[in-house]
Design a binder for this molecule. Structure first.
Ligand code: HEM
Length: 484
């Protein structure tokens, strides 16, 4: 009896000790923190849940309850809570047990350093695990393996390679135009969200050479699924694997209903297998090599060329470019239609470059790229769509990183391995950089002084982990926006 009555005391004592340790003995305990964020990341072991039969789930689910409250309970609000916490606590704060967040736009190039700077940058595996695509370039936490994997893909996404894809992308643009004209003629309302996502997904399929049916919304829905479920998946690492593996009703049906279309994933895998086995030589008839042929021909070790790894990369490549680019199209279209004077100025510039509608699609990319107003409109679109709107972490596995609070002069040392986050939403609404930051005003980018702002355009992040599809995204936007 006496022993039983001691249990609550022991449990409370243990909880207090863990809380004390997390708050005051952590290697980043010198960095300001909202107390709850630092003490509440719970570990829920999978074997406590009725899911043991699903092999591929990993060993534990790790929700951060402070973050989960804002992202799951209140719905995607942690980004804004972090911004508010900075206002109370200064430019560097702890946002969970192990991570810090920095609100100083000039620190961006330190956190997101390039390989050329000589600094290695790891990703935070708590974040990458949530996607269930551990073998993809995007989800490779370690700097060196990431570099190896990225080096195989990078030539395919160079400006020269992307320009070579122009004729194929133009076919997609023409499809988009034909469909849109159908809506115009019939007076039906066009859901631009579906139209643009179908276009961007279609365009991304060019690189892996799979056929996407016309305006198929399944990848848009899958990407929305990723955005909606992303917060759940981060809170419960291995969540994506769980969703993909779950065949039973063990998982909430609202998530399963929107899971990526398995048939599409199977189709991609079968496509890869046919190439690696040598049965698919369709590339010989193509004007460009597919991305898989490029990887298979390069000097990666055989282990890196296995089907399951290529499939992870293929999934990232089709998903990463679908909603991101489509969202820039959508938001830009909205602002152009809401601001007739901006739309007229853009049309005037385009009419000079493309005098006849018959020339649409025939204008070489370099000409479109030289149009200052079109570029300014796109930059505005990038800024007001944020790229990835949640925080993105990098850590330096080797060195400490110094940070100085410019206002107080206080210096901090960030220990090696600490995930350091920054958020594009915070930078893009920093009124000292972008006054009147919510307004769509491309003229801002025409002013010669705006050159200095370019480094704060962080939609694609920067450095060694910068978006690989940046040239392709720009190309789709130049061709698509000017045509529309
Ligand atoms: C407007 C369009 C796009 C935006 C704003 C965007 C944004 C981003 C961002 C912010 C990252 C870094 C994510 C992180 O740090 O975790 C990223 C990575 C990546 N993106 Fe994009 N992206 C866009 C289009 C595309 C396209 C069209 C593709 C390819 C088809 C693509 C492929 C990738 C890949 C493969 C990575 C991982 C790169 C690496 O880890 O080395 N993205 N993108």
């Amino acid at each position: 009896m006496v022993l039983y009555s001691l249990i609550p005391i022991v449990l409370w004592g243990a909880a207090l000790y863990v809380g004390y340790r997390r708050l005051y003995l952590s290697p980043i305990s010198h960095i300001p923190v909202p107390k709850l964020a630092a003490v509440t990341r719970l570990s829920v072991h999978l074997h406590l849940l009725p899911l043991q039969h699903i092999q591929s789930l990993g060993s534990s689910l790790i929700p951060s309850s402070y973050e989960a409250y804002y992202d799951l309970w209140l719905g995607g609000q942690y980004t804004f809570k972090i911004i508010a916490l900075h206002k109370e606590n200064g430019p560097i704060i702890r946002i969970s047990l192990w991570e810090i967040h920095v609100a100083d736009p000039d620190f961006y190039e330190v956190v997101y350093a390039s390989s050329a700077s000589g600094h290695r940058r790891d990703k935070y595996d708590w974040f990458t695990k949530g996607f269930g695509l551990d073998n993809a370039v995007f989800a490779t936490p370690g700097h060196d393996l990431h570099r190896l994997r990225r080096s195989a893909l990078a030539p395919y996404f160079s400006m020269t390679s992307v320009r070579r894809l122009q004729p194929l992308l133009e076919e997609r643009v023409n499809k988009l135009l034909e469909r849109s004209e159908g809506f115009r003629d019939s007076g039906e309302v066009l859901n631009t969200s579906c139209a643009y996502a179908a276009f961007t997904n279609d365009s991304d399929c060019v690189i892996i050479d799979t056929e996407a049916p016309d305006f198929d919304p399944s990848y848009r829905d899958a990407s929305y699924f990723g955005s909606t479920a992303g917060n759940y998946l981060k809170a419960f690492s291995s969540g994506y694997g769980l969703i993909c593996s779950a065949k039973t009703s063990t998982y909430p049906t609202f998530l399963l209903d929107h899971a990526p279309p398995n048939s599409k994933l199977q189709e991609v895998l079968a496509h890869i297998q046919s190439i690696t086995s040598g049965h698919n030589d369709s590339h010989q008839d193509l004007s460009h090599p597919t991305i898989f042929h490029t990887i298979l021909d390069c000097k990666l070790p055989d282990l890196e060329k296995r089907d399951s790894r290529l499939s992870d990369d293929a999934q990232v490549l089709t998903m990463a470019g679908t909603l991101t680019t489509a969202w820039v199209f959508e938001v830009t279209t909205f602002h152009l239609l809401s601001n007739p004077s901006i739309l007229s100025a853009l049309k005037a510039e385009l009419s000079t470059a493309i005098p006849s509608p018959n020339d649409i699609g025939a204008v070489p990319l370099p000409i479109l790229e030289s149009l200052p107003y079109l570029y300014a409109v796109m930059k505005k679109g990038f800024r007001l769509t944020y790229g990835v709107s949640c925080r993105l972490a990098r850590s330096d596995p080797d060195n400490t990183i110094p940070f100085t609070d410019e206002v107080t002069g206080k210096a901090y040392i960030i220990p090696p391995g600490t995930p350091i986050n920054m958020t594009s939403v915070q930078i893009y609404h920093d009124e000292s950089l972008f006054p009147d930051s919510w307004t769509f005003r491309p003229e801002r980018w025409l002013d010669p002084s705006s050159k200095a702002l370019e480094k704060y355009l962080v939609s694609f992040t920067a450095g060694s982990r910068q978006c690989l599809g940046i040239n392709l995204a720009y190309c789709e936007l130049y061709l698509g926006l000017s045509a529309i």
